[in-house]
Structures are given as structure tokens and as C-alpha cells.
Design a binder for this molecule. Structure first.
Ligand code: 3HC
Ligand code: NAI
Length: 705
């Protein structure tokens, strides 16, 4: 039988008695319909060709197989099903070996564990991350993995979605052998030949004994169920994963496989799957911006940071973690000592927790230089300014940067709200000035808004995206306006929350509704965590320019006037007895709210959780539509990613704009128009929303480039 031609996504080639089956479907060898067909054909050849004594499955390129083709989900399924392909592999009468390098994830690992023997090179990452996409392993993974590694380990792998390294996989029994070199093909062939020489026949995972200790297995299932009940109460697929593993104990293998398939289809049809897969693709699409496509990034080998406060120190840690040398400049000796201490504190915390050695800390800190002299920035490739939020202070800093930095250095500001065009215009090289809006804590939070002023050159924008990649951040391109994408939208739905509070909903009811929607915290809890004084200062700063006709709720001011700034003062919207981090409701706050209602002449009315979330989300989506229409966000998906990574928006809902699509834009617009009857100034429908409704389109239609 002839070997298959090179252009096929699955190639077969005989090496002695071993049929080499190569999956070659760039970029990640996803198991699309053609690959599934190719694998089934290859197994057919293996079974019928007398010259074949064993089969070796490998992946071409960077990975073994990264899983099912996620782009196919939601489309009509095409035969053969992956679960049937896996069954066929397992049923082979000739031994089948999988040789793994790079990623063996989801359906990729399911193919590997349907094979009879597994060898992996040291860099291999194995996992069943379906849960992160709202799914469960649907090609036998929920049945074969527990039999191979036991219920507890399999549940951990499937419920966390984590990547398991090759060494751990060997320990767990997920693979049989760790390769001695990185040459997957040679190692795999040698293993297959060795098995043939030893007369080793097929060894099927369905017969493995990992579930033999039924009591321990049931205990693991009960523990997982209890944990998911607490941790994942809003989610669908984690609970189905536990159900599927239970079926591995209760049903014969083939029946349990059918049950797994039924559960998989339920997950596939759930809106959570659509939301999570939207998030998966969107967080990759955000980096696809015109400037990054048009220009090469500048060289970026060193970073300067101005200011060593909360943000400056966090940004410095983030850059140090990425292996970059960091130079920090502060106002005076005491401030730079504090800045250095702020950076060291982060690493000391890691050392104390045993997550870093003292030597590793010393090595990292050796890349950190503190100074009070701007001349220290003479050679750095990029400076990120994180001084006080005051345009005059920032302009003075940029004047210094203009004076000392080398030609071509990128000059970035971490401002939250200020006009970056004005900062750029204040120096002689506006083409080098960009906004890099990190979120607090900057070394932890993944979101980085890359704020693009009018005069910046494309290669500076490309450099900012390259920096984000180095720092392992999720970059979102934003335009210049008050608050950019995130804080601008936040300001609006935060006002909607204040309006509801004054109209009758308690801050605690609003927080509870927002949490039940899937956020980790409600807006009043967030304010207590961040410090009420920050918002208070902003409100005071903006009071002169506030529209006198616009509704202004004063409750937060009354709270701040008492010095109740939240957790740091043990009191804010909640009380925090003895420094507790979880607040308790405060009757005095409710009395203040009541007094403010009376002062404003408002008779409180009842709000259900649904009422609360309709207003909260309508405000968010309406402002989101304005941000997109003005080009502040390139696409609705950029708004989604901003909220997923910077504001705790529940990932399973895909982001506010995706959520709006699932609710239906006509419904959201109807709500806004109904609310506008009470407050037409606040609830002005976004023209883009109106237009989309008129055209019968959704936000997703604007994501397609
Ligand atoms: N299907 C379709 N496309 C995929 C894909 C998949 N499973 N995995 C990755 N891609 C695409 C990405 O969208 C990206 O496309 P783009 O270049 O057009 O943006 C490209 O492949 C490269 O991906 P990354 O940018 O993520 O590349 P990295 O090298 O950073 O990461 C990876 C590689 C670790 C494999 C990562 O892509 C990943 O985690 N992929 C998803 C793995 C996964 O979740 N698998 C389970 C799928 S569900 C399943 O298998 C169901 C089964 O049980 C029936
Ligand atoms: P901070 O008050 O903690 O730190 C500011 C630091 O800048 C201080 O250490 C101060 O000594 C230093 N500084 C002031 N003037 C200086 C000068 N001329 N030269 C050198 N150093 C100078 O403030 P924070 O919170 O770190 O904020 C910094 C910037 O980051 C602000 O623009 C803020 O809006 C922005 N930001 C803040 C976030 C937050 O959550 N705190 C989030 C995102 C952005």
C-alpha cells in the first residue's frame, strides 16, 4: 500500500513494521473533521495491512494534538465522532503507541490514552482543559483517565484544566515512559520496536485498574462534588464532569461512554460553552490590531519606571519577573528607598511562602536599580511613568524624560484618566508617547490597556503589544478618552448602581445580585477594597465640570466624610471588625442611605435581583456600545476582554457585549428606553445599539474583521 502524500492532515508511512501516523494540521494539530477521518483511515490501514505490526501516532510541528477543533463547536457535528475514533484506536489488535511532545490537550490527550502505550518528551504538557471551555472530555477522557490515574487525580486534572508536565504525568501513570531526548519520533519508534521485540500486545486503558478501590474512588467523587458545589455553583460543566466519573464506577464502560457523550452534548449546547469559547478566541484576537500588523516592534531590553508607589512597584515586579532589568526613579532618597522596599516586599512574600529561594530573590533584585536622578534612564528602551494622577506633575516628568532618554525610547504613562494627547503634545517627541494602563496589583492583574494617542507611531504601539507578551499580560487597544475603555464604562454602571441604591435597593442587595450573576464581588465591596477615598478624590476633581442637570447621588460622599474609606479604615460600605477582609452589613450605612433618600425626596421602591441586574447590565452595555462606536475600543470583543481581565466579569458569560447578544439587543434597548422615562439624561440609548437593533444585527457581527 502506498504511503499517503505530504499535503494530507494525517500521513502514514511504514518504518519497518511500525506504521507511523503523523497528524499535521497547523497550527496546533486540532482534531477537525479531516483529522478525525485521517486517523480512522490510518487505523483501517493498520488493521488491514499485514506489513504493519504496530502503530505510532505523533504530531508534526510544535505539538502532539491540542484537542478538538474549537472552531467546529456550535456547527453540525461531522462524522466520524472523536469518541468513535478513540474507540477504534483502543480496539486495535496491533499495539498503538502515542509519542507526545508539546501539547497533548483535551481530545489530544484522549487520543493518547486511547492508544495502548505512551511516551512523552520532557517539554510535553498534558491536560484535559475542556472545563475551561464549558465542556467535559467527550471522547472517553472521563472514563479512561480515572482508570489510568485514579478518580482523585483524574478529577483534579479535569476540574482544574491544568497542564501536567511529563515528569508528573509519568508519576501519575498518565504516560508510561519519559523520553531520554527531545527527538519524539526516534524515541517513539524505538519504544514501538522495543514493544514488538518483547511481544507486548495491546494494553487497553478501559481495562486499567485505577478505579479498583471503589471506596477511595467514591470518596474522591464526593469530595469533588462538595468542592465544586462551593467553588463552581454558577457553572455547568464541572458538575457534569463529576457525574461522568461517577458513571465510570456505576456503568459498564460502553454504556458510560454513551452517558459521557450525552453530558458532553448538554455542555456543548449550554450558553456557558459559547461564552467561554468566545472568551478563548477574544483573548487571542485582542492582540490583532492594525499597528501590530503594520510595524515591527522596537528593541525592548530594559525598562525604566518613574514612581515607586502602588503601581510603579507592581509594574517593576512585572518587568523583573519577565527577566528585564528595571531602573526606577523617585523624587528623593526616602521615596526611592520606599519604592525599592515595595518591590522587595513582593519577593519577600514569595520567599516566606516557600515559592522562591532567597538566592533567586537576590538574583532578581540584582536587575533592579533605584535612583533619584533621571539621567539613570539614558540607556533604557522604555520608561513607564506611574507618579501622582496630576497632569502638571506628569508633564513635568515627561519634560525630564524628553531631556534624558535616548532617541527612540518609548515613553509611556500609566495614567488612569488623564489626557495622553495633552501629555504627548507637551514634549518634542509625541510619536514616542503611549498609555500603558496597568491594573492593580500590576504584577498580578492580567489586563493591560494600551492607550493609543493621535500622534504615536505604529512601531511604538507594536512595541507595547510586544511588551504585553513579554509580561504575559492580555493587551487591549484603547483610544484616548476619560477612563479609556474600562474605567469609562465602570463610571457609568457604577452610577446606575448608585441610582438604584437611592431609589430603594440596599448596597448589600446590589452586591448580592452582582455576586449571584457570577462576579467575585459586588461594586460596593470593590469600593471598600480599593479605598473609597480614591473615588471621592475623583468626584471632587470632576465636580466643577459635572453637568448640573445630571443626577448625583451623595451617599458615597456622606460615607467618605466620616473617614470610612473601606477595608483600610475597617469601615466603609461594610464594617470590618478587627481587620476582617469580609465585611458585615452596617445599619448606620443604611441609615445614611435613608437620610439621603429623604433629603432627595425619594420614596424607596423594591428592586428584585433581576431588576438590579437589568439596569446594571443595560448601563454597561449601552456605554460599551458608545465606546465601540467612537473607536475607543476596536471591536465589542475588546470591551469583553477588558471586563473579563480587569473587572472580574464572569468568564462563563463571555463579557458584557457577548452577554448582551445572548439576551438579545432588542430587549436591552427596550429596557434602556423604559428606564429613560425616569431619567432621560442618564439613559440615552447608544446610537450603535439602536442601529444594530434596526438592522437585526448583534455585537458579534462587528467582531469579524
Ligand atoms: N481548536 C482550534 N484552534 C485552536 C485550538 C483548538 N483546539 N487551540 C488553539 N487554536 C488556535 C488559536 O486560536 C490560535 O489561532 P490564531 O493564531 O488564529 O489566533 C492558534 O491556534 C495558536 O494558539 P495560541 O495562540 O493559543 O498558541 P500557544 O502556542 O500560545 O498555545 C495551546 C498553544 C497551549 C495549545 C493553546 O492554544 C491551547 O490551550 N489551546 C486549547 C486547548 C484546548 O482547550 N483543548 C481542548 C479542546 S476541547 C476538546 O478537545 C473536546 C474533546 O474532549 C472532545
Ligand atoms: P502612589 O501614590 O502609590 O505612588 C505614586 C508615586 O509617585 C509615589 O511614590 C511618589 O513619591 C512618586 N512621585 C510623585 N511625583 C514624582 C516625581 N515627580 N518623580 C518621581 N516620582 C514621583 O500612586 P499609584 O496608585 O501608584 O498611582 C500612580 C499612577 O498610576 C497614577 O497615575 C494612577 O492614576 C495610576 N493608576 C493607579 C491605579 C491604582 O489602582 N492605584 C490603577 C491604574 C493606574
Amino acid at each position: 500500500m502506498a504511503n499517503t502524500p505530504d499535503e494530507q492532515v494525517v500521513r502514514t508511512q511504514l518504518h519497518g513494521k511500525v506504521l507511523l501516523v503523523t497528524v499535521d494540521n497547523p497550527p496546533v494539530n486540532a482534531l477537525g473533521a479531516a483529522v478525525r477521518r485521517g486517523l480512522a483511515d490510518a487505523m483501517e490501514r493498520a488493521e488491514t495491512d499485514a506489513a504493519v505490526a504496530a502503530v505510532l501516532i505523533v504530531g508534526a510541528g510544535k505539538s502532539f494534538i491540542a484537542g478538538a477543533d474549537i472552531r467546529e463547536f456550535g456547527l453540525p457535528p461531522q462524522p466520524p465522532l472523536l469518541t468513535d475514533v478513540c474507540k477504534r484506536i483502543e480496539a486495535s489488535k496491533k499495539p498503538v503507541v502515542a509519542a507526545i511532545h508539546g501539547a497533548a490537550l483535551g481530545g489530544g490527550l484522549e487520543v493518547a490514552i486511547a492508544a495502548h502505550y505512551r511516551i512523552a518528551v520532557a517539554n510535553a504538557k498534558l491536560g484535559l482543559p475542556e472545563v475551561l471551555l464549558g465542556l467535559l472530555p467527550g471522547a472517553g477522557g472521563t472514563q479512561r483517565a480515572p482508570r489510568l490515574v485514579g478518580a482523585a487525580a483524574a478529577l483534579d486534572i479535569m476540574l482544574s484544566g491544568r497542564h501536567v508536565g511529563a515528569a508528573e504525568a509519568l508519576k501519575l501513570g498518565l504516560i508510561d515512559r519519559l523520553a531520554q531526548s527531545d527527538d519524539t519520533l526516534a524515541e517513539g519508534l524505538a519504544y514501538a520496536q522495543e514493544l514488538l521485540a518483547a511481544n507486548a500486545g495491546p494494553r487497553r486503558s478501559r481495562d486499567a485498574t485505577g478505579l479498583a478501590d471503589v471506596e477511595a474512588s467514591r470518596a474522591a467523587i464526593a469530595a469533588a462534588r462538595a468542592e465544586q458545589g462551593k467553588k463552581a455553583k454558577n457553572l455547568f460543566s464541572p458538575h457534569r464532569i463529576v457525574d461522568a466519573v461517577e458513571a465510570a464506577l456505576d456503568k459498564p464502560f460502553d454504556e458510560a461512554l454513551k452517558f459521557e457523550r450525552t453530558l458532553f452534548m448538554q455542555c456543548l449546547e449550554s450558553p456557558q460553552r459559547a461564552g467561554l469559547i468566545h472568551a478563548f478566541f477574544s483573548e487571542r484576537d485582542v492582540a490583532k490590531v492594525p499597528e501590530a500588523a503594520a510595524a515591527e516592534p522596537r528593541v525592548l531590553k530594559s525598562i525604566g519606571v518613574v514612581g515607586g508607589g502602588t503601581m510603579g512597584a507592581g509594574i517593576a515586579v512585572s518587568a523583573l519577573d519577565a527577566g528585564l532589568p528595571v531602573t526606577m526613579v523617585e523624587r528623593d532618597e526616602a521615596s526611592i528607598a520606599r519604592g525599592r522596599a515595595n518591590v522587595e516586599k513582593v519577593y519577600d512574600g514569595l520567599v516566606a511562602k516557600g515559592r522562591m529561594t532567597a538566592e533567586a530573590k537576590a538574583k532578581v533584585m540584582a536587575r533592579f536599580t533605584g535612583s533619584t536622578d533621571y539621567a539613570a534612564f539614558a540607556e533604557v528602551d522604555m520608561v513607564i511613568e506611574a507618579v501622582f494622577e496630576d497632569i502638571e506633575v506628569k508633564k513635568a516628568v515627561f519634560k525630564e524624560l524628553d531631556r534624558v532618554c535616548k532617541a527612540g525610547a518609548v515613553l509611556a504613562t500609566n495614567t488612569s484618566y488623564l489626557d495622553i494627547d495633552a501629555i504627548a503634545a507637551s514634549i518634542a517627541r509625541p510619536q514616542d508617547v503611549i498609555g500603558l494602563h496597568f491594573f492593580s496589583p500590576a504584577n498580578i492583574m492580567k489586563l493591560l490597556e494600551i492607550v493609543v494617542p493621535a500622534k504615536v507611531s505604529a512601531d511604538v504601539v507594536a512595541t507595547a503589544f510586544a511588551l504585553a507578551k513579554k509580561l504575559k499580560k492580555v493587551p487591549v487597544r484603547a483610544g484616548v478618552c476619560d477612563g479609556f475603555i474600562g474605567n469609562r464604562i465602570l463610571a457609568v454602571y457604577r452610577q446606575a448602581a448608585d441610582h438604584m441604591m437611592e431609589d430603594g435597593a440596599s448596597p448589600y442587595a446590589i452586591d448580592a445580585a452582582v455576586r449571584n450573576f457570577g462576579y467575585p464581588m459586588g461594586p460596593f465591596q470593590v469600593s471598600d477594597l480599593a479605598g473609597g477615598d480614591i473615588g471621592w478624590a475623583t468626584r471632587k476633581r470632576k465636580s466643577a465640570t459635572r453637568d448640573p442637570q445630571a443626577r448625583y447621588v451623595q451617599v458615597a460622599d456622606r460615607i467618605c466624610e466620616r473617614g470610612w474609606f473601606g477595608q483600610k479604615t475597617s469601615r466603609g460600605w461594610y464594617q470590618y471588625p478587627q481587620g476582617a477582609r469580609t465585611g458585615v452589613e452596617d445599619p448606620e450605612v443604611l441609615a445614611i442611605v435613608d437620610a439621603e433618600r429623604q433629603r432627595a425626596g425619594i420614596t424607596p421602591r423594591a428592586f428584585t435581583e433581576e431588576d438590579i441586574m437589568r439596569r446594571y447590565m443595560a448601563a454597561m452595555v449601552n456605554e460599551g456600545a458608545k465606546v465601540v462606536a467612537e473607536g475607543i475600543a476596536l471591536r465589542p470583543l475588546d470591551v469583553d476582554v477588558t471586563f473579563l481581565y480587569g473587572y472580574g466579569f464572569p468568564r462563563f458569560r463571555g463579557g458584557p457585549m457577548h452577554y448582551a447578544d445572548t439576551v438579545g439587543l432588542p430587549k436591552i434597548l427596550d429596557d434602556i428606553r423604559a428606564f429613560a422615562k425616569e431619567d432621560p439624561l442618564f439613559w440615552q440609548p447608544a446610537p450603535l445599539l439602536v442601529q444594530l437593533v434596526e438592522e437585526g444585527k448583534n455585537f458579534a457581527s462587528l467582531n469579524k474583521s
